[in-house]
Design a protein around this ligand. Structure first.
Ligand code: TK8
Length: 334
């Protein structure tokens, strides 16, 4: 009897060991869209994430990236995820405040002083809490990638103090906090989807827009602008969102691989974006644009003038959310 049991166990082990490798993975094509172009640092992240998925799934989980808003803008693509007709999108948080108002906290002007603060908040309990809210809206945030600190470009005049914004037609993301931040500075702020920005700048329908240097470079905005002002007025995260209706049909192993590899892509993207922003700024200067860096005093003036936006939007975002992130930042800065 004992011999029979040993033989059976050995046989069971042999069968398991011989089971096809990656049996818990299915051949899947994962469409992931973004509004920026493939030469943006998001492209670096996608490449690193795919290499990780190849190793974990034996090549069964394949990312199919769509660039330049080919599958629609941030909000449109995100809605497609919620209805289960698209797998993933790398989107800014800002256009999604209609889905989850708490995301607006990231749009408060001058909230983060540097990227390290942002990473600590996003990758910690605060980011997890936000992810729970997103999951309740049918969205799995696999990781916080980096859009980055936003700077102004315009075609009409140098901006070296907030009064220079007076009457300037500035495109902002579809988000009332950004709208109020620029209206409060005297600008004529216009909410607009990212995909419409280049042609609006080119036709002078708008004078200005604001984005990180890598975006001003890779989306070619610098080709139709004359002035840059380094304002660092807000840090926007990218969300690597996955459709919850689709994610729930994946095996535990597939879900774990996607989460782990999105974090690998995040870390790679964050590690290169600093240098790529510097390279983009050099390219923008070489193209002949005049670059102004706001003085510390002027940044402080704009920061103080913008604080009214916190009060105006605190309740819409959630007073507990705003108080919590400000308390965490105060702790980090001690
Ligand atoms: C790209 C956008 C962009 C954002 C904006 O899809 O809309 O200005 O900064 O990166 O998400």
């Amino acid at each position: 009897m004992r011999k029979l049991l040993l033989t059976t166990t050995a046989l069971a082990f042999a069968v398991t060991a011989a089971a096809p490798a990656f049996a818990q993975f299915n051949d899947r094509t994962i469409r992931v869209s973004n509004g920026v172009n493939a030469d943006h640092p998001v492209g670096n992240g996608i490449t690193a994430m795919q290499a990780c998925l190849d190793q974990k799934s034996g090549g069964k989980l394949k990312l199919q990236a769509f660039w330049g808003g080919a599958l629609g803008g941030d909000l449109q693509a995100t809605q497609a995820l919620r209805s289960g007709v698209q797998e993933a999108v790398v989107t800014s948080s800002s256009p999604l405040v209609g889905i989850e108002p708490a995301l607006g906290v990231f749009d408060l002007p001058f909230l983060f002083a540097n990227a390290q603060e942002a990473y600590q908040i996003l990758d910690g309990e605060f980011g997890d809490m936000m992810n729970e809210k997103l999951e309740a809206a049918g969205l799995i945030n696999l990781a916080y990638w980096e859009n980055g600190f936003r700077n102004l470009s315009n075609s009409v005049r140098p901006v070296t103090k907030w009064e220079d914004f007076e009457g300037m037609k500035v495109r902002v993301m579809q988000n009332n906090i950004f709208l109020d931040t620029f209206q409060n500075l005297g600008a004529n702020a216009t909410p607009m989807a990212f995909g419409e920005v280049f042609s609006a700048l080119e036709t002078k329908a708008i004078d200005a827009q604001e984005n990180p240097y890598v975006t001003i470079d890779t989306s070619k905005f610098f080709e139709v602008q004359n002035y840059i002002t380094e304002t660092n007025h807000a840090y926007t995260p990218f969300l690597f969102l996955f459709s919850k209706p689709i994610f729930d049909t994946y095996t535990q192993e597939e879900q774990a691989a996607l989460r782990e590899c999105a974090a690998v892509g995040r870390d790679l993207q964050r590690s290169v974006i600093g240098d790529l922003n510097k390279q983009s700024l050099e390219k923008i200067k070489a193209a002949g644009l005049q670059v102004n860096v706001l003085s510390e005093e002027e940044q402080q003036r704009i920061r103080e003038k913008s604080m009214v936006v916190y009060e105006k939007h605190k309740d819409t975002i959630g007073a507990d959310i705003v108080d919590s992130i400000l308390a965490e930042l105060a702790e980090i800065r001690k």
